[in-house]
Design a protein around this ligand. Structure first.
Ligand code: AP5
Length: 206
């Protein structure tokens, strides 16, 4: 059966960075609700126009908007190994996902919890830069972009918004840790380590 992984953790924990590598080296498909929403914002689609006001403030986009997107994607990607990156983020999203997975005949293999202190999140996000052409993620200190690559800073990576995103994580998303512990699906990785070390911890889970 095709593999299904969830990457759970605060903003800036390195979920996107690790997903990018699993896609490249292990053939996974990354389903990042953040990337899907940013693309919709860029293209000014009806979804993007609705989502932008929430994202700029660091708030979560309403559950019904997100659940519909994931349902469509999972129906299209039936036989692929996938990483759900940034979804689910609330208990109603997790409950909806359980239902969708049953409908499409998938098993949830593991929920990988990226553990990292808040101070490190702030440092990582304030130094994050992204190549808008390829989506590749860099950091001014830990992984600087090569010369000639033009990068931008995400609108929600300003310090006040970062702090609010962290509050939203602790309040609305952290309850999922207990939710998935009860299902015996939760595996923790120490996300404060180097990208290679985090990657090896994930490979051990697989
Ligand atoms: P989303 O795009 O999902 O953002 P996020 O969860 O806040 O996660 P990030 O992308 O900020 O961080 P990451 O963990 O991927 O870290 P990264 O690898 O880039 O969501 C954005 C918004 O969309 C939300 O606020 C919300 O409004 C909306 N949204 C999305 N999904 C939703 C949902 N399900 N429901 C409702 N709303 C939703 O790494 C960060 C930095 O650190 C980089 O610079 C990187 O180079 C560096 N780095 C990574 N790993 C390491 C390491 N090991 N050592 C040193 N540096 C590292």
């Amino acid at each position: 059966m095709a593999k299904t992984l969830i990457f759970l953790g605060p903003p800036g924990a390195g979920k996107g960075t690790q997903a990018e590598r699993l896609v490249k080296e292990k053939g996974f498909i990354q389903l990042s609700t953040g990337d899907i929403l940013r693309e919709a914002v860029k293209n000014k689609t009806p979804l993007g126009l609705k989502a932008k006001e929430y994202m700029d403030k660091g708030e979560l986009v309403p559950d019904d908007l997100i659940i519909g997107i994931i349902k469509d994607k999972l129906e299209q990607l039936k036989d692929k190994d996938i990483i759900l990156d940034g979804f689910p983020r609330t208990i109603p999203q997790a409950e909806a996902l359980d239902k969708i997975l049953k409908e499409v005949g998938r098993n949830l293999d593991a929920v990988i919890l990226f553990k990292i202190p808040d101070e490190l999140v702030i440092e990582r996000l304030s130094g994050r830069r992204v190549d808008p052409k390829t989506g590749k993620i860099y950091h001014i200190k830990y992984n600087p972009p090569p010369e000639g690559v033009e990068v931008i800073q995400r609108d929600d990576d300003k310090e006040e918004v970062i702090k609010h995103r962290l509050e939203v994580y602790h309040k609305q998303t952290e309850p999922l840790v207990e939710f998935y512990k009860k299902q015996n699906k939760l595996v923790e990785v120490d996300a404060s380590k180097s990208p290679d070390e985090v990657y090896n911890q994930i490979l051990n889970v697989l």
